[in-house]
Design a protein around this ligand. Sequence first.
Ligand code: OAD
Length: 248
Amino acid sequence: MHELVDRLRQPDARITVLTGAGVSAASGVPTFRGADGLWRNFRPEALATAEAFRRDPGVVWEWYAWRRSRIAACEPNDAHRVLAGWSHRLPNFKLITQNVDGLHERAGSEKTIRLHGSIWEVSCWQGCTTSPRRWRDDTVTFKEMPPHCPYCGGLIRPGVVWFGETLESSVISQASDAAICDVFLTVGTSAVVYPAAGLIEEARRHGAFTVEINPEATPATPSVDLALKGGAETVLPEIDRQLKSPMR
Ligand code: OAD
């Protein structure tokens, strides 16, 4: 941990953090692959694909509305708060997240690179030309299910990336740029979903010191320079405490 803190202290250090569902676990947002993970009880292909939406938009929207209500009842935790603090304090800091819950933003993080979109955005399913490409919608209880596009009357879809869909090229290039860094921390992700999981390797190729924070081992664990075993909500505040304490 001392080596990490020393590296984070370097005035020009380029620091990038990649987060996954585990960072929101302490807030009460379910992860996907853990013991109580969402994919233990739900089939991704039945709920998080364009085919599923085409087949039954009502069922897919019920699931997203349920997740919206779960997330709306949650608050950011200390992990989100530390990262929000770094986004303001550290000059060359970048945050990439796979999370769609918006808790980083609610904690005050700025310019987060959101790989998988946001559950708080929607877009027109038909792609009507009068609507914006995507827009913010904080509704928790929709008046009609499935909800309709206010511009064309067709269906709207959640503003998230589904399985089988490609990430926006601008988002991929922002994330790749962020992987060119001095310290790369991967926090609360099972490191199995690409392209996010590939960013750790990309950072290493660029010479970054790589760190994982996770209570469990992942496929990334054997190859990182430092694996810190524990919850993000305790490990990140400890790193932050050492970072703020006078130099040894
Ligand atoms: P996962 O659910 O796959 O992994 C969550 C990780 O968080 C696991 O490795 C846990 O060990 C770890 N974890 C649990 N509690 C933690 C805590 N308190 N602190 C730190 N880590 C903790 O979630 P992701 O890796 O984010 O994609 O999943 C990646 C993508 O797969 C998601 O964005 C989603 C999903 O299918 C889409 O929906 C496109």
